[in-house]
Ligand binder design. Structure first.
Ligand SMILES: [Zn+2]
Length: 436
């Protein structure tokens, strides 16, 4: 899959009518011979091409037998782990993989970080991702986002991830004082090109103390930011939260985090997070592989989103998310890749193809929604991304393939969008100001 972008401009862009054989707005039915009208950096209307031509006067851009659709959202990535590509293998044990990850990460040479991260950013963009919810622990990702020898192409948010299983009420770190949070601390929210945001997140229910979990949630709640947390990913996590035993306990003992200064919750991850008041419309539960039916109902009642990362789950052998049950319960779904330590690529098209096989009860439209509108919803970006609706940012995808079908176009893209015969272009008509 090859992808390139139009040049961003600092000037307001004129009215343009982008016409193609297929237009997939996502939040309304597919339009054959459709058009997207853009002006001043925004989409102003999407509809049949002949109607748009009658209604608007502007430059016509013809894409022929291409497909126009919203850019994809990778709602859970760890771009900074790019140097670990191909360096880790599944171990059959989630905590075994965590140990290997920590060890492999400690061996990354300083000169390896930036080239691998830049390559990763390029590959994300080349696979049609225009929005990310990226998680990391490195402070210099902030500099990269602010244009560290390159132009940061994504909308979205960077989650500075916190891991501290023993922080108590008297020793909670000053999360506003984290180095990577300097911009946030000053401005309260957004910095960088494309309005990219920075905030803090919690790693997981077993690796962050209840006091710190609530502190991080309060930080985000006060600013209207999403709160992201890995939850219900592995059976080791389930065992530990239920009984305080198993590989997670062994790991915490090795790291001198045992005994904990709070009582083991003796319940499941989602019930635990709910009991702490952490679940609401702005919470993203990443993975959510191990949920019982009552938890699914509980989660649905809170409005929280689930970010599915099926290819990472398969790599680690932790199980398969119950995507159909989650969707049936009305839980908003998003898609993520996780990192190159548990995935061979950061492609949301590949995640869609995997989900097609794993969750046949989901329709192609359901899966495309998760990859676009669902990700935008989870990250609080619905006013800018996720569909080809009036008012959204004028940045979208144009796809071509010599195997484009005459019908079932969404099914084709969801299952084959990551194949080499599909070419993807990011059409950027937004009024961006390139970083200085
Ligand atoms: Zn992750």
């Amino acid at each position: 899959m090859a992808c390139r972008s139009t040049q961003p401009s600092s000037e307001p862009l004129p009215l343009r009518i982008h016409a193609a054989q297929w237009v997939i707005p996502v939040d309304s039915p597919v339009i054959e011979n459709g058009a997207v009208v853009t002006f001043g950096g925004k989409i102003i209307e999407t509809g049949p091409a002949n109607q748009m031509r009658t209604r608007y006067h502007g430059e016509m851009k013809k894409y022929g037998d291409a497909v126009l659709m919203p850019g994809l959202i990778n709602a859970h990535s760890h771009i900074e782990l790019a140097p670990l590509k191909w360096r880790l293998s599944p171990t059959g044990s989630f905590m075994g993989w965590v140990r290997n990850l920590i060890e492999a990460r400690s061996r990354i040479e300083s000169h390896e970080w930036i080239p691998a991260i830049e390559e990763s950013i390029d590959s994300l963009f080349q696979d049609g991702v225009i929005g990310v919810g990226d998680v990391g622990n490195l402070d210099f990702i902030n500099d990269i986002v602010s244009d560290f020898r390159r132009t940061w192409p994504f909308r979205g948010i960077f989650f500075r991830e916190m891991i501290n299983p023993t922080a108590d009420a008297g020793s909670i770190p000053d999360i506003g004082g984290l180095p990577a949070m300097s911009e946030t601390k000053k401005s309260g929210n957004i910095s960088g090109r494309n309005g990219f945001g920075f905030t803090v997140s919690a790693h997981a229910p077993y690796s962050v103390s209840p006091w710190l979990l609530q502190e991080i949630k309060a930080w985000n709640r006060a600013r209207g930011f999403p709160f992201a947390i890995h939850a219900a990913e592995s059976l080791e996590e389930m065992e530990f939260l239920r009984s305080g035993t198993g590989p997670v306990r062994d790991f915490l003992e090795e790291r001198c985090h045992w005994p904990l200064n709070y009582r083991i919750p003796s319940t499941t991850p989602v019930r635990y997070l709910h009991s702490l008041g952490l679940l609401d419309r702005n919470t993203i539960c990443v993975h959510a592989v191990h949920l019982d039916s009552k938890e699914i109902s509980l989660l649905a009642s809170t409005g929280a989103s689930v970010c599915l990362c099926p290819r990472s789950n398969m790599f680690l052998g932790v199980g398969i998310p119950q995507a159909e049950d989650l969707h049936r319960a009305g839980i908003p779904l998003a898609l993520g890749t996780d990192s190159l330590a548990s995935n061979d690529r950061l492609s949301i098209f590949a995640e869609m193809a995997s989900l097609t096989g794993l969750a046949p009860g989901l329709s192609p439209v359901d899966i495309l929604e998760a990859a676009t509108a669902g990700g935008a919803w989870a990250l609080g970006l619905s006013h800018r991304l996720g569909s080809l609706s009036p008012g959204k940012d004028a940045v979208f995808l144009a796809l071509r393939s010599d195997r484009l079908p005459v019908a079932n176009i969404v099914e084709f893209l969801v299952s084959e969008g990551s194949r080499d015969h599909v070419e993807c272009y990011v059409v950027d008509e937004s009024t961006q100001t390139p970083a200085a």
